[in-house]
Design a protein around this ligand. Structure first.
Ligand code: ADP
Ligand code: MG
Ligand code: ZN
Length: 482
């Protein structure tokens, strides 16, 4: 727990996750990022009089997946509510959300902190709602704002945490874990740049040891997890400064300005009664029966922690590697696809977590559409294991695979890269090297065995790295010691 000058921070996060459905939550309009502005709209999402919303079943399914995955409770009869406010990108003048009867409550997110300790942050609620449109402020600074209503009606879930978080780093770790979970569940891409995941942070401070909560502020405009951490640190210090100088914290909403590294006052905090919530008269209650819950529980994908544990027991890999390989579902799937054609888990883990990930990063592609597919990696690894090629040559072959998409066998043949393990082929090379360096041979014989490495290096140079190092070692030893 971080302590700032005798004060303990208290943090609660509100995360909006865009559900990756094909269509919007209350109409059939397509959801698509970057489409021509205002091209994906209809009377329902434009809020034209008389148009009626119809709930998207897939959006509910996705919300249920998340609620069940975090161990929350599904409210089997939940209620949509109108949250009334005016904003140019909200044509109806209200947002359909859920208020006092949300679809999900409770549950928690568990994660590991840098120091290895485990932490669980409880959840207050998970509810369904629609997104608003987008206001576009011209970058050139022209004195007008444009409105794009394509995003109106995009399905969201809001995940509200308990004020269980007590340090900016904990907030960061919570968000990383939550994003990973949403991606594993295939309900949200987690792409913050596209606004698919948004986070508001509530923060207060209290004297260390106090049980009562202090007055909080809410930070908005946090465009990355790192910004969340930075903004929290800033705001905690500001609040501690106010309290230690005898002043008070005023409940407010603050906008984080990444350029200045400061939070700026946006408005003093609105209360929920300001929104005049009332049950949405155009929608019936949302009823989720036991059968639906059972279906979703039955089809739940294997989640990261369990997958990592299985990787350790099934493939015999180290805990650290299991963590790396289960970081994302596509990466975990890739590893398992390699293991379908190869039997040394740790060797595969080593290769994937170093060579392969570096190459994926360099190619700026995603593991899911990376051109070198798992069977090719399995093939390459088998050739290393059998001694056909050395680990060093394998890197060369792999680079070529990544550049051309060719199979390892073709590259090895084309380039003549097969490892030389045949003594009769290596012996003449070694003999000529020993003959060419009588001084070093003398040194070795007089006890300066360090020059052994020199001879190995010469053989490797001569064979362009293709000599089998073990055979070279054996041969050299025999000749020099014998
Ligand atoms: P609102 O409806 O105004 O958004 P909620 O009571 O639903 O308020 O809380 C929103 C978030 O603020 C939650 O994540 C909660 O944990 C957090 N929160 C509430 N009170 C405090 C506080 N005193 N300090 C820090 N976080 C708080
Ligand atoms: Mg709020
Ligand atoms: Zn529509």
């Amino acid at each position: 727990m971080a302590v700032f000058d005798g004060f303990e921070p208290v943090i609660g996060l509100e995360v909006h996750a865009q559900l990756q459905t094909d269509s919007k939550i209350f109409c059939g309009c397509r959801v698509q990022y970057g489409a021509e502005p205002n091209s994906l709209t209809c009377p329902v999402c434009l809020g034209l009089p008389g148009a009626l919303p119809v709930l998207n079943q897939r959006a509910v399914e996705y919300a249920l997946r998340v609620i069940l995955a975090v161990g929350g409770t599904v409210r089997q009869r939940s209620v949509f509510a109108r949250k009334n406010y005016f904003y140019p990108d909200l044509p109806k003048g209200y947002q359909i959300s859920q208020f006092d009867k949300p679809i999900g409550e409770g549950g928690g997110i568990s994660f590991t902190l840098e120091d290895g300790s485990e932490k669980t942050v409880g959840l207050i609620r998970i509810h369904l709602e629609e997104d608003a449109g987008k206001s576009l402020h011209p970058e050139s600074g022209e004195p007008y704002t444009q409105v794009d209503l394509n995003r109106c009606g995009t399905p969201l879930i809001e995940i509200v945490s308990q004020p269980d978080i007590h340090a900016p780093e904990e907030a960061y770790a919570y968000l990383v874990k939550l994003k990973q979970l949403l991606q594993y569940l295939e309900v949200c891409t987690g792409d913050m740049e596209k606004g698919h995941l948004r986070c508001d942070a509530n923060v207060s401070v209290r004297p260390q040891g106090a049980s009562e909560l202090g007055t909080r502020t809410e930070l908005k405009n946090l465009n990355s997890f790192k910004h969340v951490e930075k903004a929290l640190r800033f705001e905690i210090e500001r609040q501690v400064g106010l309290l230690t100088s005898g002043s008070v914290v005023e409940q407010a909403t603050l906008l984080w300005n990444e350029k200045t590294g400061a939070a700026e006052m946006m408005r003093t905090k609105e209360e929920s009664h300001d929104y005049r919530y009332f049950p949405e008269p155009d929608l019936v209650n949302l009823v989720v029966d036991d059968a639906w819950i059972n279906d979703i529980t039955g089809a739940m994908p294997e989640l990261p922690d369990r997958k990592a544990a299985r990787f350790i027991s099934e493939y015999g890999i180290r805990e650290y590697d299991a963590g790396v390989l289960t970081d994302s579902r596509p990466l975990a799937d890739y590893f398992e696809a390699v293991m379908a054609g190869f039997d040394d888990g740790q060797a595969a883990a080593n290769w994937i977590s170093t060579e392969l990930l570096a190459s994926v990063k360099e190619s700026e592609s995603d593991i899911a559409d990376y051109p070198v597919r798992p069977p090719m990696i399995a093939d390459l690894l088998k050739r290393i294991k059998s001694g056909e090629i050395s680990g060093k040559i394998a890197k060369e072959v792999f680079a070529e695979m990544a550049a051309t998409g060719k199979e390892p066998a073709a590259i090895i043949k084309e380039k003549g890269l097969v490892q030389i393990s045949d003594e009769s082929q290596l012996e003449p090379i070694i003999d000529s090297i020993l003959n060419a360096h009588p001084d070093n041979v003398e040194k070795y014989k007089s006890g300066k065995t360090k020059v052994f490495g020199f001879f190995v290096g010469q053989v490797m140079k001569e064979t362009r790295g293709q000599a089998n190092p073990k055979v070279v070692n054996d041969l050299l030893k025999r000749k020099l010691d014998g």
